[in-house]
Design a protein around this ligand. Structure first.
Ligand code: ZN
Length: 451
């Protein structure tokens, strides 16, 4: 089949994709491991079993994972000796948040100004629509074996799939893994997300006095725990705002697409007249370098505070760890730094929180070449590479479990989708273009490997 014929076939499948998405958005599949799973999580899984089976996937099954959520798997046999491609999605969604902030109801698929609205329309049900459309379009042009895996608790990070993957390697093993839970840098600009920062949080506590003491009688000589903590936290950045943890490199550079200053200011809602921070480019600061952020401080709140010297205080520090840096070593460096900079021999203790390794996706190899070429063809323009400042622990688990596999991260979640916020939406042309790209990849990857 020519590429044009495939393009036409995908276009003809778009009303079906729209109908699918309308059905999926209506499922309130918000998973919370601390609550009994709502019936809509099970209904969503049943829907997926039916939809993927109808799209030609065999043995579509659900599996209860360690956190109580359900993973969905299945496979499509390809030609003998063909490589295997694993298609990932998640089927839980974020809670709708403030119902009043939605212009149309969160659980009702609504078309407005050419975009499709509803919770999960992009993250990640729009990506499910991409997979279904690609599988329907490919027909007997399939050049690879396909496996699917759908996660049921991605938004909660409760670890169900991270536990499931290493225990189910035969169901999931693949040569190339397409993780559809990311997005283009802007609509119409095909983008692979090739790096994710990891995480290494700590909670630091400072103690100086056995009790809060009158600041008139004792302030000036009594060691103030809050002042000590503030001084310690202040050493985590220099005047320009660069992260300055002793022993941690913070001058890495970024070679993918730039993140334009204006775009970043808008995306990050930076107020007029306020500077962005750091001496690198925006892309370097958010994708390639470490960043320490104080998430919270325990100390007396303003209302109810008394005129006394604070005897103890603590802070949670979030450290984002870029690719190329070891998350545990970064956490060690942060802890040593905090002890080193503590003034006045105050008592310091530091508690470690969970760490997550950074991730680098494939940037060379046959699958990378094949998906880049498929995306370029589908969109009619060159593919760019971006990073993502946050973490997706599953990516690291897949990389550790299947070290030979090429992992590619992309999807329909461009910035205008407002994922996780009220008024989430998806641009249907992104579903169409990415379904075409995925179909072309499923057709051509095997021959790209032979070249
Ligand atoms: Zn997602």
């Amino acid at each position: 089949m020519t590429e044009d014929a495939m393009r036409t076939r995908v276009r003809e499948l778009m009303p079906r994709a729209r109908a699918d998405l309308a059905e999926m958005v209506a499922f309130e599949s918000v998973y919370d491991p601390t609550q009994p799973a709502p019936p809509d999580c099970a209904r969503m899984v049943e829907w997926l079993e039916k939809a993927f089976t109808e799209a030609g996937v065999s043995d579509v099954r659900s599996h209860v994972t360690a956190d109580g959520s359900q993973a969905v798997t299945g496979h499509v046999p390809g030609p003998p000796d063909a490589p295997t491609v694993l298609l990932y999605f998640h089927h839980d969604v974020q809670p709708p948040l403030d119902a009043d902030a939605w212009e149309s109801p969160a659980w009702t698929f609504t078309e407005r100004d050419g975009r499709w609205y509803g919770r999960g329309a992009a993250d990640c049900k729009g990506n499910i629509a991409v997979h279904l459309t690609a599988l329907r379009a490919i027909g007997d042009e399939l050049g690879v074996n396909v496996k699917i895996v759908g996660e049921g608790s991605e938004e909660q990070g409760s670890g169900g799939i991270e536990d499931f993957v290493p225990k189910n390697t035969e169901l999931l093993r693949a040569d190339a893994i397409l993780i559809l839970d990311s997005g283009n840098i802007e609509v119409g600009r095909p983008t692979l997300t090739t790096s994710l920062r990891g995480i290494a949080n700590v909670v630091v506590s400072v103690e100086t006095l056995a009790s809060a003491m009158h600041s008139g009688m004792f302030g000036g000589a009594a060691p103030d725990a809050l002042a000590a903590l503030i001084a310690m936290l202040a050493t985590l950045r220099d005047d320009a705002g660069n992260t300055t943890i002793r022993g941690l490199d913070s001058e890495q550079s970024w070679s993918g697409i730039d993140y334009p200053q204006d775009q970043f200011r808008t995306d990050a809602t930076v107020l007029d007249g306020v500077d962005t921070i750091g001496s690198g480019s925006i892309a370097e600061m958010v994708w390639a370098r470490p960043a320490a952020t104080v998430l919270g401080i325990d100390c007396p709140p303003v209302v109810g505070s008394s005129a006394s010297v604070v005897p103890s205080a603590r802070a949670r520090i979030n450290l984002r760890v870029p690719p190329g840096m070891d998350a545990k070593a970064a956490q060690d460096a942060l802890i040593a730094h905090l002890h080193d900079v503590a003034p006045w021999h105050v008592r310091v203790s530091v508690e470690r929180e969970a760490i997550g390794a950074p991730f680098s996706g494939s940037t060379e190899g046959p699958a990378f070449e094949a998906i880049s070429s498929a995306m370029s063809s589908a969109y009619g323009t060159e593919v760019v590479q971006q990073g993502q400042g946050g973490s997706i622990p599953l990516c690291t688990v897949l990389q550790e479990t299947f070290p030979e596999a090429e992992i590619m991260l992309f999807g329909v979640e461009e910035p205008r989708c407002l994922i996780h916020a009220p008024n989430e939406s998806v641009d249907p042309t992104e579903i169409e273009h990415l379904a075409l790209a995925e179909a072309l990849f499923l057709r051509d990857y095997a021959s790209a490997r032979r070249r």
